[in-house]
Write a protein that binds this ligand. Structure first.
Ligand SMILES: [Zn+2]
Length: 89
């Protein structure tokens, strides 16, 4: 969180946050537990992001799989975030 600039950066583990990628495959056993559990996390993430945006915060979410596979575009995103923070509109 960067309160001075109203910027929130979240780093999400793919499994726990129900990302649509192959790191996030749900267990085949105990689905009646994992389904609602992960779904609840997704809804909570969405609610938190909505609340922050309503309060005029910029929300950036970085996924675990993006960190692993696409460091370059992540660095670009963070660089543009830094520019935005340094030059507020
Ligand atoms: Zn992912």
């Amino acid at each position: 969180m960067l309160p001075r600039y109203h910027v929130a950066v979240f780093v999400h583990g793919c499994f726990w946050h129900g990302h649509d990628c192959n790191r996030a495959q749900r267990p085949r056993t105990n689905t009646e537990y994992w389904g609602p559990k992960i779904q609840g996390n997704i809804l909570r993430d969405q609610r938190n992001a909505d609340l922050l945006q309503q309060a005029n915060w910029d929300v950036f979410t970085v996924r675990e799989c993006t960190l692993e596979r696409d460091t370059e575009s992540l660095v670009d995103r963070l660089a543009s975030l830094r520019n935005a923070v340094e030059q507020p509109e």
